[in-house]
Ligand binder design. Structure first.
Ligand code: PEP
Ligand code: MN
Length: 258
């Protein structure tokens, strides 16, 4: 591996710096569902960066597939009105032009080894949040980051989101050792997504706090104004109130370990 031990990157997003020694929280709904939903999120969710899925990688083709381009337009509109950076997931190269106004492009777990997509994202000047595939080793995860970096884009943010193991207590097994591995083998920031690992609301807090204690550089958490009515991942999305309580605990833990 060549590029990965590059000089440390300071990724400036809005008034935040994401790097291997800062801490940033991203939150928002699994999917952008409507203008009304995002209006509540932008008004009430106090967080550094807002997430919102547009093109959704759903296991079943009969499940809600996301609002696609319309979701990105909704994000753009609110981002400009509230001056708040946004992140959304890309699923194919053809969608890239639609992401012009999106601050961070997410590559989801299912696309971690979509090498043509990674090469294309390596040629643009925009931060990429790269999620670890649920069946991929840390070496493969790092090699995928290398695909983006080797093509010229050094603004890569790694994200552990749980892997498949024999444990069926959570939706996926959050690999906390991944945080240390990425910190020691690369100069890249490592985020953790406790929501997709947890699968249920009750598990989000313990996983989030453990990840912060283990030294991650940020969290990406699913929050919905009314999780019961969510069109995707309803069991794991926190209410805004639940998120606020968790955020206080996250800040406390971060202040102890930083
Ligand atoms: C998501 O963040 O919306 C998502 C689908 O996550 P993952 O790729 O980690 O499953
Ligand atoms: Mn989700």
């Amino acid at each position: 591996m060549k590029a990965i031990k590059n000089e440390k990157q300071e990724i400036k997003i809005g008034n935040k710096i994401i790097s291997s020694d800062t801490f940033t929280v991203i939150a928002g709904p699994c999917s952008v569902e409507s203008v009304q939903q995002m209006d509540i999120i932008f008004k009430e969710l106090n967080v550094d960066i807002i997430r919102g899925g547009s093109f959704k990688p759903r296991t079943s083709p009969y499940d809600f597939q996301g609002l696609g381009a319309e979701a990105l337009l909704i994000l753009k509109d609110f981002k400009n009105r509230y001056n708040k950076p946004v992140i959304s997931e890309i699923m194919s190269i053809e969608q890239l032009d639609l992401f012009d106004d999106i601050d961070i492009i997410q590559v989801g777990a299912r696309n971690m080894q979509n090498f043509e997509l990674l090469k294309t994202l390596g040629k643009i000047d925009k931060p990429i949040l790269l999620k670890r595939g649920m069946g991929n080793t840390i070496e493969e995860f790092i090699a995928s980051a290398e695909y983006i970096i080797a093509n010229g884009n050094k603004k890569v943010i790694m994200c552990e989101r749980g892997i498949r193991t024999f444990s069926n207590e959570a939706r996926f097994t959050l690999d906390l050792a991944c945080i240390h591995a990425i910190k020691t083998r690369t100069n890249l920031p490592i985020f953790v997504d406790p929501s997709h690992a947890a699968g249920t609301v009750e598990l989000v807090e313990p996983l989030a706090l453990a990840a912060v204690a283990a030294g991650c550089n940020g969290l990406i958490i699913e929050v919905h104004p009314n999780p019961n009515e969510a069109l995707s991942d309803k069991n794991q999305q926190l209410t805004i109130e639940e998120f606020n309580k968790l955020k206080t605990k996250v800040d406390n833990v971060y202040n102890q370990v930083k």
